[in-house]
Design a protein around this ligand. Structure first.
Ligand code: CP
Ligand code: NVA
Length: 302
């Protein structure tokens, strides 16, 4: 059974395969085709954090492919009513895929260990691989050869940053994170990547964006870190992506954000709504990339 918990488990070839299927399905969808590649498949969405993009893009995507979905909120009692292994063994009798969103990455690993269906990580505190796959699709569409691209992420070394580093590593893209001290990615993690020479960290945001193909940011306080919000606003004050910072980037650099954005904190209205902003295209590609991912995972497992 092949799961999708982190891009660390995928080879570069596998990431390319997922992107190729996604691009093909997207082209077909835009031409009016909705092939029933996952007819009668059932997707469960096991979410203990809120979601707009991940939930709706998976639900719409499986429907386009001929399948159906079930949203499973807190009432199913994941981690509360029975052991995690009993929960997983039973839930996976009913489903072909389960997309889960929670805090501890280890909870998703336990779910996958005991599951008899495909488990997809829809965000944990550590990783957000579906976001990174979709963003790679967006960059590939906009810029072509990703090996010529440099993604500069300005902000918290969080789940999104870690998954972006992984997708850049797999696709041979240069990745820099500009971040205040104390919020960086684990240097040992970056050093362990096959393309470690393409990865860097700095606290100089202006320098980091100066040769960027894309400038990316995410919220300063992720879900679950709300208690640290006041401190984080102080710590990240010099790391806002605003018009002045974008002026230091090449004029054809694009702006990216996984969303939801906290306008006025990590990004200004002016940047979010600028001609350089590709945030809506990114969100749209969540659906196309996840359709490709589901089809690819089903093929690995059949
Ligand atoms: N980017 C993202 O995962 O958005 P949601 O939290 O709305 O799913
Ligand atoms: N880093 C954010 C991403 C939301 C999609 C969070 O975990 O809340």
């Amino acid at each position: 059974m092949r799961h999708f918990l982190t891009l660390a488990d995928c080879t570069p070839d596998e990431v390319e395969q997922i992107l190729d299927i996604s691009a093909e399905l997207k082209e077909g969808y835009e031409a009016g085709n909705r092939p029933s590649l996952l007819a009668n498949h059932v997707l469960g969405l096991l979410f203990s954090k809120p979601s707009l993009r991940t939930r709706v893009s998976f639900e719409a995507g499986i429907s386009h492919l001929g399948g159906t979905s079930l949203y499973l909120g807190n009432d199913v009692g994941w981690g509360k009513r029975e052991t995690p292994s009993d929960f997983s063994r039973v839930l996976s009798q009913f489903l072909d895929f389960v997309v889960c969103r929670t805090h501890d990455h280890s909870d998703v690993e336990i779910l996958a260990t005991h599951a008899d269906c495909i488990v997809i990580n829809g965000l944990t505190d550590k990783y957000h691989p579906c976001q990174a796959i979709a963003d790679a699709l967006t960059l590939r569409e906009l810029k072509g050869n990703l090996k010529d691209c440099k993604l500069t992420y300005v902000g918290d070394g969080n789940n999104v940053a870690r998954s972006l580093a992984l997708v850049c590593d797999r696709l041979g893209m240069t990745f820099t994170i500009a971040c205040p001290n104390g919020y960086q990615l684990d240097q040992a993690f970056l050093d362990s990547l096959p393309n470690a020479h393409l990865m860097s960290q700095t606290d100089d945001a202006e320098q980091a964006v100066s040769d960027a193909t894309a400038v990316y940011t995410d919220v300063w306080s992720s879900m679950g870190y709300e208690a640290e919000e006041a401190q984080r606003k102080r710590d990240f004050a010099d790391f806002q992506v605003n018009e002045a910072l974008m002026a230091k980037a090449p004029s054809d650099a694009i702006f990216m954000h996984c969303l939801p954005a906290h306008r006025g904190d990590e990004v200004t209205d002016g940047v979010m709504d600028s001609d350089q902003s590709r945030v809506v295209e990114q969100a749209a590609n969540r659906m196309h990339a996840q359709k490709g991912l589901m089809v690819w995972l089903a093929r690995q497992t059949s």
